[in-house]
Design a binder for this molecule. Structure first.
Ligand SMILES: [Mg+2]
Length: 121
């Protein structure tokens, strides 16, 4: 299926999301920080989509997305965050995310959104 990078500093979220996506047949790589995610993306060119938290120590998810888009990355990105204010959502989309979900979240909805994003290109 697809290769998905899950970026979150919360190991419970990483496990929940990874289990759901692997159950859907996807290969999953995990990163506990924005910096670690950049390292993965620099070495693995086959990542199809990233699920990215916003609030992480060091580089935030929005920082990560902004940096990737500034480099011309066309990676599909779904932001998964506890930040649910309209301005947070706007900041995410302005930075370059393709979809946005707030925690607490439904793993089934996440998998459905990931599937829809993967089907488009
Ligand atoms: Mg976090």
């Amino acid at each position: 299926m697809a290769h998905i990078l899950v970026v979150d500093d919360d190991p419970d979220i990483v496990e929940l999301v990874s289990l759901k996506l692997r159950a859907g047949g996807h290969e999953v790589t995990v990163a506990g920080s924005g910096e670690a995610a950049r390292d993965v993306l620099a070495s693995r060119r086959d990542v199809d989509l990233a699920v990215v938290d916003h609030m992480m120590p060091g580089m935030t998810g929005v920082d990560l997305v902004r940096a990737l888009r500034a480099e011309g990355s066309q990676l599909r990105i779904l932001m998964l965050t506890a930040r649910s204010q309209e301005r947070d959502l706007e900041n995410g989309f302005t930075a370059g995310v393709d979809d946005y979900m707030t925690k607490p979240f439904s793993p089934r909805e996440l998998a459905a959104r990931v599937g829809a994003m993967l089907a488009r290109r």
